[in-house]
Design a protein. Structure first.
Length: 142
């Protein structure tokens, strides 16, 4: 007897995040136990206490065919900043989505936030902002 292969329905947010949901089941697709791609061939399912990845499907996710999945996974595995980078930050590989005006506005906001009166929750948050500001300055000067 051969094992049954799990069939999935895939949803992607551009090429930066991908969620898979079992193709069959009694529940509506948004109530099925979805998994998010973690990178390096790993998928992560939320536990019962943290909800389900499919709650994000109401946002910017769109259905994608199984033929698109390998390219999205490859992009996620190699993107600058890691699999779960903050999508609203400025990243070099997404510069084509930014205008100079938007970059200058974001840089001005970060300059004010990383100044001497900084009130970041953690040092990591502070350094994330500092590094994004450096990327923005490079983009603006370029």
């Amino acid at each position: 007897m051969q094992p049954v292969m799990q069939q999935w329905i895939y949803f992607a947010e551009g090429n930066e995040a991908i969620i898979r949901v079992p193709a069959t089941g009694e529940a509506d697709v948004t109530d099925r136990p979805g998994e998010r791609y973690w990178g390096s061939g790993k998928w992560f399912a939320r536990d019962p206490y943290c909800g389900n990845w499919t709650d994000a499907l109401a946002g910017r996710y769109r259905p994608v065919g199984t033929d698109e999945v390998p390219a999205i996974v490859e992009h996620i595995d190699t993107m600058v900043g890691g699999t779960f980078r903050d999508r609203w930050r400025f990243w070099e590989d997404q510069a084509h989505r930014w205008t100079l005006e938007r970059a200058r506005t974001r840089a001005a906001k970060l300059e004010a936030e990383v100044g001497p009166d900084s009130s970041h929750w953690t040092m990591q948050d502070y350094f994330d902002d500092v590094h994004e500001l450096e990327r923005l300055h490079t983009f603006i000067a370029g």
